[in-house]
Write a protein that binds this ligand. Structure first.
Ligand code: 5GP
Ligand code: MN
Length: 341
């Protein structure tokens, strides 16, 4: 961790016990929840009062994470409580997101809170809303940065197996199980430290990846058999899912996680999309290999963003209109898509 000024500021901030709120992006994934709970476990050991609030529910396959039973899921019913917690906290950590819009209905209360805000994140184009911003797009995961922050604060020995398994989960999933180019030497060195701290890596892998319900697996089969659309001339593949299909397969939060990677795994495909009608909006997941930037694509056309090879976006048109728009955009990227691999 090079940014010693940020660490010095954090060290001073955390020198006395504080009321700390940690939040992360809408529909938290393993990196979002793992970085939040890993940091929470550490800060509690340091004597702070810590609460983790998520702007929405999260997949059941994250329900094993130590500390998850104390997570407050923001809902209209708990509004007053969360509002009070936000207003009473002295420090708010914003983890795994770079723009306040990513915490949806919580963004205004966090923006207006007088608390000292700390962003720790690895997405592109961080907004300037925090007093301390630790943002590094080269980091494979926010969990990697949380590990580094704890180490830079001189507290690596406080990372036990519980904290370590939260951090491991985020690094494992955000690197695609150590496959993506983000899987640096540093990542492997940190994993070695986590194993030394007692992390059971096989257990974490099983809890996250070998935890399908039968209907989720059937849904995967259906999506791959009947819903996968391939455009070989654009090296592109996508899957579009209706609300009815989600209902038919009793789809739960997280059930569509990873689906887009199957489209990307087809030989020659460099751009994949998963387009899902969620009712209030159509949500899109984009993945690419090589030079084609899905971050730029999502920002330019679907009000989104993320990373170079993994991004998301949103559309308020119908599913059919969104798919039509997506398809109509492909010709203008044909050159890039053909040369990306
Ligand atoms: P996923 O497709 O797994 O939901 O998201 C891929 C990446 O893009 C993640 O890093 C996620 O935080 C980011 N992302 C997903 N949806 C959005 C969005 O609507 N806006 C922005 N700015 N980023 C998103
Ligand atoms: Mn992440």
């Amino acid at each position: 961790m090079k940014d010693s000024e940020q660490i010095t500021a954090l060290r001073e901030l955390l020198a006395t016990p504080k009321n700390i709120l940690i939040t992360t992006h809408h529909k938290p994934d393993a990196d979002a929840l793992g970085s939040s709970l890993g940091l929470a476990g550490y800060l509690k050991k340091k004597g702070h009062r810590v609460i983790v609030v998520t702007p929405s529910d999260y997949p059941a396959f994250l329900n094993w994470m130590p500390g998850h039973e104390e997570v407050l899921v923001y809902e209209p019913q708990t509004d007053a409580r969360v509002r009070q917690l936000v207003s009473e906290s002295q420090v708010i950590f914003c983890l795994d997101f770079s723009a306040l819009s990513r915490i949806n209905d919580m963004s205004e209360m966090v923006r207006q809170s007088p608390a000292f805000k700390v962003m720790i994140d690895h997405h592109m184009f961080p907004e300037d809303f925090a007093q301390v911003t630790i943002s590094d797009t080269r980091a494979a995961a926010t969990c990697e940065l949380v590990f580094e922050v704890i180490r830079a604060l001189g507290d690596q020995e406080l990372i036990d197996a519980q904290i370590g398994e939260c951090l491991y989960a985020g690094i494992m999933t955000d690197t695609g199980s150590f496959r993506h180019p983000s899987t640096s030497r540093n990542v492997h060195l940190i994993i070695a430290e986590l194993i030394a701290a007692g992390v059971n890596t096989a257990r974490v892998h099983r809890l996250i990846y070998d935890n399908h319900t039968l209907t989720r697996l059937r849904f995967l089969g259906y999506a791959l058999k009947d819903k996968l659309v391939v455009y070989p001339e654009y090296n592109t593949a996508y899957i579009a899912i209706t609300q009815e299909e989600l209902k038919e397969y009793d789809s739960r939060t997280g059930d569509t996680e990873g689906l887009v990677n199957f489209a990307l795994s087809i030989e020659g495909i460099v751009f994949a999309a998963l387009i899902i009608d969620r009712g209030q909006a159509v949500k899109m997941s984009f993945r690419s290999v090589g030079d084609f930037s899905v971050n730029e694509f999502a920002r330019a056309h679907f009000n989104g963003g993320g990373h170079h090879n993994a991004a998301g976006g949103i559309s308020h048109d119908s599913l059919a209109a969104t798919v039509a728009k997506f398809e109509s955009l492909l010709p203008q990227y044909q050159e890039q898509l053909i040369h990306s691999a």
